[in-house]
Structures are given as C-alpha cells and as structure tokens.
Ligand binder design. Structure first.
Ligand code: F6P
Length: 367
C-alpha cells in the first residue's frame, strides 16, 4: 500500500534541531503529494484528547513550517511523561500504575487513516517506535538527544549545540575563576552517559572532568587542584556530568522514579564543590547549566544533520522501509533496525580517542 498520510511525533526532552527535522519531513512529504500531520505533545494528542480541545493532530502545511529551521524547542510540543508503553493510569484506589496503551494508540492511527509515523526522540521514543512497528505500523525513527547516548548512530542532533553552549559558559567561568582564584565546578546534563561533560571539558581545557563511566575519588580531584597551585595556577575548572559518581558511593538523584516518570539526576556539582572546599581550603563555587543546554538556536552542524535526518526518514518510507532508525554513518545517513538501536545505551568507551586526548593533555578524571 502506498503512503498517503503520515504523522510526526516529537518525544522526550526537547533538543535543538527538532524543528529543522520537522520542516524537512513536511517539505519532503508534501513534495511527494502526501499529507502530513503532527501529533501534539509526544503521543498525548492521540491518547489524551481531553487535553487538546483544539485537536490532538496538527495539519502540517508549508506555511506551518516556514521559518522554523533555526528555532529551538518543537512546534509540536513534547513530553517525557506520556510513554504509551508505561502510561500512568490511576487504579481504583487512585494509585498511578504504568499501563501499556499501544493498542489504543494504534486504533487511533487507524481511525485517522495514518499510513506511517516518523518518531523523533531518544532511547525511550525508539523503544516505543519499535513496539509500534512490531504491531504493524510503518515507523521510521529519528535519533534526537543532547545526551548523545543513542546507539548505532555516530551522533544525535542537539548534542553539538549543547556542547557548543556549555563550552562557551566554561570559557566565561575561566576568567572569573582566575580573577578570584577559585575552584569552579560546572554540572552538565547527559543522564547516565558522559559525552557532554567529556566534550565540553576537553574543548574548554578544563582541569578535571568527572563522568559517569569513570567513578572518581574526590581526593584525587583535590590533588589535581593542589598540583596546579604548586605550578602557580590558583584556580581550577571542573566539569561534572550529572550522572558522575564517586568510587565509593552512588549517583546523586534529585527525584526518585515514580509511575510514568524517570529518575531525575542532579546535585553532584554542589556535592563536589562542598567537598573540595573542605579538603583544599580553597573557595569554590558551582554552576548547574541544566536545561540551558536544551535551548537556543541549533548550530549549523545540528541544523544540517536534522534536515538530513528528516529528509532521509521520508525517503525511507517512500522506499517501503519500516522499523528502522536513520543514523549518521559518515559521510552518509543510513538506516539501522530499531531493534538494534534500542538494545543498549551508548556510553563513553574508556579507550576512546577523546579520553586519551584528555589524559595526554594532563586533564584528570579523578581516578
Ligand atoms: O535526556 C535529555 C535530558 O536533558 C537529560 O540530560 C536530563 O537528565 C533530562 O533530560 C532532564 O529531563 P527533564 O526535562 O525531565 O528535567
């Protein structure tokens, strides 16, 4: 059956480049004579119509996607709470229970006569896409996340913009750290992967980088600060991934997992800052860059990647492919089975070139 009507969803945390992907999909689809619809707020537009009195589907026209390539956020809205595989539904005692609503979702796709879906998101979104594909929907996945923790693609869009911005922030912190002879601890997002912290730390010539993949010893970090002092450098910049953990402890969790909501990380920057102040006797300050990394205009790298991913996802549907994710495999964009993309989280390999570079430059990982 040939494609006539497709839907687009953006799920999970937003990332710069989402709107560029949407625009590329819409134009590529309209240029093939297809109709294109956006689902509001992940899958909420179809699963929770009561929240969308104006309609859960948006007809995407050329006008609708005009001038959005450079904008952060997503014109469709997103959520990281409406996973149809584990949707929080109140039981008879009012307790929220994670419930599989994918059959209901598929029935809604059928009722709307949608022939295909392009799902833009991170690991959670790719898992949903895989299940919908197995249940018969033609789905193509597009990998998005500032964390860069999706497997089978060299990079996800959003990552470059996040790293670029955080690097600029560290550059700014350098001058104030030096002026006050302080330790500056910068906490960055990344969930359980240290990609953002690693790339930001090396690019901004930080002195210490703490990532999830290398448990640290705070006394080793303090040694690095003291060693710098002996060499006449009275300030230090420390980049910490939100998922970093000490050798003898666990991750710093801001909020525990609840029904339909993932565990929320955060607070490690402050912890490291206070401990270093105590051990070194030096003044320290911490900064949490947090959601600032998710905003702003995508870099040209992310825009181009997003446009390439969007167009490639429509080509895939047109060629009769389904159940695949578009992936960057330089110099081309190719397709990998969703099943493979969902198997594992992509963390930083300990022998990767960037880690080796950091070590060669004398940057400490606190190990
Ligand atoms: O996955 C993207 C991300 O920004 C992570 O780096 C971070 O841990 C999480 O989302 C934060 O999510 P929320 O929007 O729920 O605060």
């Amino acid at each position: 059956m040939s494609i006539k009507r497709i839907a687009i969803t953006t799920g999970g945390g937003d990332a710069p480049g989402l709107n560029a992907v949407i625009r590329a999909i819409v134009l590529s689809a309209l240029n093939r004579g297809w109709e294109c619809f956006g689902i509001r707020d992940g899958y909420e537009g179809l699963l929770a119509p009561e929240k969308h009195p104006q309609g859960g589907l948006i007809r995407l026209t050329r006008d609708y996607v005009r001038g959005i390539t450079h904008l952060g956020g997503t014109i469709l809205g997103t959520t990281n709470r409406g996973n149809p595989l584990r949707y929080p539904v109140a039981d008879k005692n009012g307790r929220l229970v994670e419930t599989d609503r994918t059959d209901e979702l598929l029935a809604r796709f059928k009722a709307e006569r949608l022939d295909g879906l392009i799902a833009i998101g991170g690991d959670g979104s790719m898992e949903i896409a895989h299940v919908l594909h197995k249940k018969g929907l033609k789905v193509i996945g597009v990998p998005k996340t500032i964390d860069n923790d999706l497997d089978k693609t060299v990079i996800t869009f959003g990552f470059d913009t996040a790293v670029h911005f955080a690097t600029e922030c560290c550059d700014r912190l350098h001058s104030t750290a030096e002026a006050h002879q302080r330790i500056m601890v910068v906490e960055v997002m990344g969930r359980y992967a240290g990609w953002i912290a690693l790339n930001v730390g090396v690019s901004s010539t930080a002195d210490v980088i703490l990532i999830s993949e290398i448990p640290y010893d705070i006394y080793r970090v303090a040694e690095k600060v003291k060693e710098r002092e002996q060499n006449g450098r009275f300030f230090s910049i420390i980049v910490v991934a939100e998922g970093a953990r000490p050798k003898t402890g666990s991750r710093t969790v801001a909020e525990k997992k609840t029904a339909g909501r993932a565990e929320k990380l955060g607070g490690i920057g402050q912890k490291v800052c206070l401990e270093l102040e105590e051990i070194t006797g030096k003044e320290a300050r911490h900064v949490v860059l947090g959601h600032l990394l998710r905003g702003g205009t995508p870099t040209s790298f992310d825009r181009l990647l997003s446009l390439r991913f969007g167009a490639a996802s429509v080509r895939a549907l047109d060629e009769g492919q389904a159940g695949v994710m578009v992936a960057l495999d330089p110099p081309t964009v190719n397709y990998v089975p969703l099943e493979q993309a969902c198997q594992r989280m992509k963390t930083v390999p300990l022998d990767c070139d960037t880690i080796l570079t950091a070590r060669d430059l004398g940057i400490s990982f606190g190990d």
